[in-house]
Design a binder for this molecule. Structure first.
Ligand SMILES: Nc1ncnc2c1ncn2[C@@H]1O[C@H](COP(=O)(O)OP(=O)(O)OP(=O)(O)O)[C@@H](O)[C@H]1O
Length: 496
């Protein structure tokens, strides 16, 4: 019998459905209806071959959903190359181009032989007060649909999702772009730091310092960065202070860059004379991020952080190392408007840290350690005092190998290399001075570079002999008489 559908029969069918629906609502108990509903849902999902997981941008309480962020970076790396439509963006100052899915577009991923289909959605949020996403400031509700065959449900929860989280964390570590923050050229008064990407090529491999010192600094840094629980357990802020001291051109700045590259930390270059009050100093420090190195270069020249007792009656300011970058007097070098003082600096080194979560390394540099107040140098503030001195034979070998060719330095020119190393035991030359000579003689001219360094060392050696035969002091090592200023106590790890 042929069934004929006309408007009349459709109308009576609808009327029957409405009647049955209201009859069920009126006569079937609420519990039974719920039971039937879940029975139908289960039946429907067992007939459907695929399952879907929804990953929202925010968790119901309004906080960020880390899985959403992880999914974004995972997809960006893993399967967006297969997506038919892509959205690309390069954030300002970033080297990386970020790719993402436009709304309602999909990408496919394969994991352990299973296929996973990802669809990104971005829909306008309803403004209803009971909207669970209302706490987030965005006006969009963004989420991923992850669909897969239902037989992979277990795999998704126990393997695929953990894999996405792990990969995203790995990618984050890899792509973390270090920044150099400075308060030297603040663009607007509201801005505390201006930042640029940090690309300094110095590493522990390029640094010409005593290999034992290099190893000990590296292991100290690794130990420090792995001790989050330890610092929490003993109730100390997770920070460490280094004082780098030595003559100009011995690699203090290069060491800071090598440390930042080694730890993959951002660098905050703090110019104390641009800070107008102790409370501004505190604000600046509170606004630094974790995993950062906060640097105060030439601290003795920035402000009067001098040893209050020692300098009370000392007329001759002097220098331990001599050198060219003399600052007449620490106090007079400070800006007339600067009101940051020693107590502000000490408070910032001690006090602020408790309000910051995450590890921070604080590095002060100076050519005049004897000018600093012992309070600043005590362990707990400056945990390590590292002296970078004139080029020693072992450091010379590293420098020569880096700038010239290893085969030349340790091969046909070994004799000249050893001659230079022998001379460096008697006279001084900074790594910067030697590097400058090498810079002009790289490649084939390596032997010329070595020859020039040997000649310069011999010239200095003759000068020393001449001076001592004239009855003068041996001035070359240390540069000036002030080299005799007592530095005992400034050995590593001990306060002055
Ligand atoms: N130990 C070193 N290893 C490798 N290169 C070095 C070393 N010391 C100095 N140099 C070279 O000399 C240049 C100046 O060094 P750097 O700025 O690190 O010295 P500094 O001790 O910080 O000097 P200053 O006290 O004048 O700031 C660097 O660009 C680097 O090329």
């Amino acid at each position: 019998m042929e069934m004929i559908w006309d408007w009349k029969s459709i109308g009576s069918l609808l009327a029957t459905v409405i009647f049955l629906r209201s009859a069920v609502n009126d006569f079937v108990p609420h519990e039974l209806r719920n039971f039937l509903r879940s029975l139908f849902a289960r039946l429907y999902s067992s007939l459907r071959p695929s399952s879907t997981v929804i990953i929202d941008e925010f968790e119901p309480s309004g906080g960020d959903n880390e899985l959403f962020e992880a999914s974004q970076s995972y997809l960006s790396w893993r399967c967006l190359s297969s997506a038919p439509v892509l959205r690309l963006c390069k954030p300002r100052h970033s080297r990386t181009i970020l790719s993402s899915l436009p709304s309602a577009h999909s990408a496919t991923d394969y994991f352990n032989g299973a296929q996973f289909d990802w669809v990104f959605h971005s829909v306008d949020k309803p403004s209803a007060a009971n909207n669970i996403f209302a706490r987030s400031s965005s006006s969009e509700h963004r989420y991923f649909d992850l669909s897969f065959h239902r037989r992979y449900k277990e795999m998704v929860h126990s393997h695929y999702i953990p894999f996405i989280l792990e990969e995203a964390a790995r990618l984050k570590d890899k792509s973390r772009e270090r920044k150099l923050y400075t308060n030297r050229s603040i663009a607007s008064p509201g801005e505390l730091w201006s930042s640029v990407p940090f690309h300094h090529p110095s590493t522990f491999d390029t640094l010409a310092i005593d290999p034992a010192l290099s190893d000990s600094i590296r292991s100290d840094l690794l130990r420090f960065s792995a001790r989050r629980e330890y610092y929490a357990r003993v109730g100390r802020a997770w920070k460490r202070g280094y004082l780098l001291h030595g003559p100009p051109g011995t690699g203090k700045t290069s060491l800071i860059a090598a440390i930042a590259n080694f730890l993959e930390f951002d660098v905050y270059d703090l110019e104390l004379t641009s800070v107008t009050s102790n409370s501004n100093l505190r604000k600046l420090l509170i606004s630094t991020s974790s995993k950062s190195v906060i640097v105060v270069e030439d601290v003795d020249c920035s402000l009067d952080l001098s040893d209050r007792k020692k300098f009370k009656n000392l007329i001759h300011p002097g220098s331990n190392y001599g050198g060219v970058d003399e600052c007449v007097s620490p106090a007079s070098a400070a800006s007339p408007f600067a009101t940051v003082n020693l107590s502000g600096v000490l408070n910032f080194v001690d006090g602020l840290w408790s309000s910051c979560v995450g590890e921070r390394l604080m590095i002060f540099t100076t050519n005049h350690p004897e000018r600093l107040d012992p309070a600043l140098l005590r362990p707990g503030r400056m945990d390590r005092k590292i002296e970078l001195s004139y080029c020693q034979p072992a450091a010379f070998r590293i420098l020569a190998q880096n700038y010239l060719q290893k085969e030349i330095v340790e091969g046909c020119q070994l004799e000249m290399t050893e001659e230079a190393e022998g001379l460096l035991k008697e006279v001084t030359m900074t790594p910067a001075e030697i590097a400058e000579i090498f810079m002009g003689c790289d490649g084939d001219a390596a032997d010329v570079g070595l020859k020039k360094v040997v000649e310069e060392l011999k010239r200095r050696s003759r000068k020393v002999v001449q001076q001592s035969s004239n009855g003068g002091e041996l001035l070359e090592r240390g540069g000036t008489e002030d080299a005799k200023v007592d530095l005992k106590g400034l050995v590593e790890g001990k306060p002055l």
